[in-house]
Design a protein around this ligand. Structure first.
Ligand SMILES: Cc1cc2nc3c(=O)[nH]c(=O)nc-3n(C[C@H](O)[C@H](O)[C@H](O)COP(=O)(O)OP(=O)(O)OC[C@H]3O[C@@H](n4cnc5c(N)ncnc54)[C@H](O)[C@@H]3O)c2cc1C
Length: 359
């Protein structure tokens, strides 16, 4: 008899026994690895369907180039005891950098400061036996690059993705698609949905291509995307992404739950029926009161801003932000959200302080 920790939501109880009789050790190991695989080879929609309560997920950034995977494990280790159902890993496009040559002329090159999204996803899957969701973006990718990336993910057994347009390159200010790349996340969703039907870009040459089985997530903005001309148009493009094959929506951060509740209501009225996962971030510094609204088009509620403004240092600001996020999370849980998704962004201890109050 072997005691197995299944984690959630594979079984109601976190532990169960399997009878291995006199089986050789290799057979036992095989059975155990099948069980582990069953737990961390699920689509996000399956996690949600099988859940008996609110699920937990995290989002991390790849480390800066030059750091090793250990920095990611150090970041996640304190958070894994709460059994996240999956971990998202963001994707960062290349940025133009300008260097002065010895002859005085300027050399332009492109570097990716945070490479490794796909490698990290594969490593986390093995290291923690947890599902991972790489973000894939349009920026810097031609359609062929995207197809190759999707084939890599498929071979790695990673079948959850979050399909995004991506931020504009810092040097460009506005989003410029790659030659033969996608302008909107909608077109990326269509490409992935096509691959899920076995339709490749050179479809005439590939007549019996395998159909992938990606579970596709897209971004949603409770307070509207900063480039959208109106909430109504933003929602209609969101609906187009869902109609094209998106299986769930993950939202931009917000600090006022009412904005999220209104957003969910508007989505449902428009006939958007997929799960909507709130993305949550703690406020930890006074500076963020002015930065976050500008960058992410989010409003900071007056009560929160006042409380943070009254603090004397970042440590106290973080305490206020943590308490706010705990209350926000509890209210969202009571509302019945399927998942609480936390942007950990270099603040594992803060997230731990929040998560241990909920899970
Ligand atoms: C949960 C989450 C995770 C993120 N992760 C990353 C990441 O890892 N890497 C990264 O670079 N960025 C990331 N972002 C940021 C995201 O890439 C930016 O917000 C980007 O500006 C928009 O991406 P999108 O997928 O929402 O774009 P889209 O859905 O393409 O929308 C972009 C804008 O165009 C409008 N629009 C959409 N379709 C059309 C159309 N057909 N015609 C006209 N207008 C249209 C929309 O209303 C919106 O204003 C993330 C955002 C969220 C919410």
């Amino acid at each position: 008899m072997v005691l197995v920790n299944t984690g959630r939501p594979f079984q109601d109880s976190p532990f169960f026994y399997i009878d291995v009789g006199n089986s050789p050790l290799s057979t036992v190991n095989y059975q155990l690895s099948c069980i582990t695989l069953a737990r961390h080879n699920m689509k996000i929609t399956e996690h949600i369907k099988n859940a008996t309560g609110t699920l937990l997920s995290y989002e991390i950034l790849p480390p800066l180039k030059g750091k090793d995977i250990g920095s990611i494990y150090n970041h996640l280790d304190p958070l894994m005891e709460f059994k996240p159902s999956w971990i998202n890993v963001t994707y960062h496009r290349t940025e133009a950098v300008f260097k002065k040559r010895t002859d005085g002329s300027i050399e332009k090159s492109k570097i990716r400061k945070r490479p490794g999204t796909v490698g990290i996803c594969a490593a986390l899957k093995t290291h923690y036996a947890v599902d991972t969701t790489p973000h894939i973006i349009c920026g810097g990718f031609s359609k062929n690059d995207t197809e190759d990336a999707l084939i890599d993910l498929n071979f790695l057994g990673i079948d959850n993705i979050l399909a995004l347009r991506g931020d504009a390159a810092k040097s460009e200010g506005i989003f410029i698609p790659e030659p033969n790349g996608h302008r909107y996340a909608l077109d990326l969703v269509k490409q992935v949905a096509n691959l899920n039907k076995g339709i490749y870009l050179e479809n005439d040459d590939i007549t019996d291509g395998i159909a992938t089985d990606f579970c596709i997530g897209v971004a949603g903005y409770p307070e509207m995307h900063f480039e959208a001309t109106s909430m109504q148009s933003d929602l209609s493009f969101l609906k187009a992404k869902v109609d094209a094959g998106a299986d769930y929506i993950m939202t931009q951060m917000f600090f006022d739950n009412q904005k999220f509740f209104d957003f969910v209501k508007s989505c449902r009225e428009l006939g958007i029926n997929v799960p909507i996962i709130p993305g949550l971030k703690p406020l930890t510094r006074k500076k963020q009161l002015s930065i976050l609204p500008k960058i992410f088009n989010v409003e900071i509620p007056k009560d929160l801003a006042d409380a943070i403004n009254q603090t004397e240092n970042d440590l106290d600001a973080e305490k206020v932000g943590t308490e706010w996020l705990i209350q926000q999370s509890k209210e969202l849980q009571a509302f019945g959200v399927p998942v609480l998704h936390y942007y950990t962004l270099g603040k594992p201890q803060t997230i731990k302080n929040v998560v241990r109050e909920i899970f």
